[in-house]
Design a protein around this ligand. Structure first.
Ligand code: ADP
Ligand code: NI
Length: 213
């Protein structure tokens, strides 16, 4: 493994050691694995994808006072690494476009950005996606499900981050919209099965909720 990957792994492990919002080290590690799987199929640069996947949440504005502060945090770390300036720019470009932010972020331009974005989104789908959604909602103080509360159709970036919702409504507000926005063929194929699982989960959830099962 290259030195910069080993350094990134150590750094990010220490940053996310005690996270309980669904962004723990294992999330990053799964995104790295998904990114490598997709990158191999899509002929993307493996080191850029792996490094950007490892760093993708380190500078997220959820964990910093502003988007700029988060970017700077990662850039300062990258500056100390012995990779080319071009590679640093490519990694930053991928990280800048990865986050969902309620759909308000600009889309990735390079294949490496697309790979890492798909890899991150896959972790919001399937069984892991369900688990992370309920972790996130509990942590934020949202309810599991309120039948009278309908999913929000239009949201500002601020509403998406801080507005009140429920874990079940998050399926409609975000999770079920992800598959159609996958950026690579490989990512899309991987997403389809996980998407189907979300629907199966919801079907069974409503049956149990209503006492039919
Ligand atoms: P973003 O915060 O930009 O949506 P993340 O990838 O950081 O994207 O989200 C982390 C995980 O938490 C994802 O699985 C996401 O679906 C979930 N999540 C984000 N916002 C909510 C929410 N309001 N309620 C439930 N889960 C959420
Ligand atoms: Ni992430």
């Amino acid at each position: 493994m290259s030195e910069v990957i080993i350094n990134a792994e150590k750094w990010v492990k220490s940053l996310f050691a005690s996270d309980t919002t669904g962004h723990d080290w294992y999330h990053t590690d799964r995104v790295r694995k998904n990114a490598l799987t997709i990158a191999r199929q899509e002929n993307a640069d493996l080191i850029i994808c792996e490094l950007a996947a490892l760093l993708h949440d380190a500078g997220d504005d959820k964990f910093h006072n502003s988007e700029e502060a988060g970017r700077l945090f990662v850039m300062q770390w990258l500056e100390k690494q012995s990779i080319t300036r071009d590679d640093k720019i490519k990694v930053m470009e991928a990280i800048d476009t990865v986050s969902f932010k309620g759909g308000f972020n600009r889309p990735p331009e390079h294949i490496e950005g697309k790979v890492v974005q798909d890899a991150d989104r896959l972790d919001a789908l399937g069984a892991i996606g369900v688990a992370r959604c309920f972790m996130f909602a509990g942590n934020k103080g949202d309810a599991m499900h309120i039948p009278d509360k309908k999913p929000r159709e239009e949201m500002t970036k601020e509403d998406y981050r801080n507005g009140e919702s429920t874990a079940i409504n998050h399926f409609y507000e975000k999770l079920l919209t992800l598959t159609s926005s996958m950026k690579t063929k490989t990512g899309y194929k991987m997403a389809e099965e996980r998407h189907a699982f979300l629907k199966t989960f919801l079907d069974q959830f409503y049956e149990e909720w209503s006492g039919k099962k």
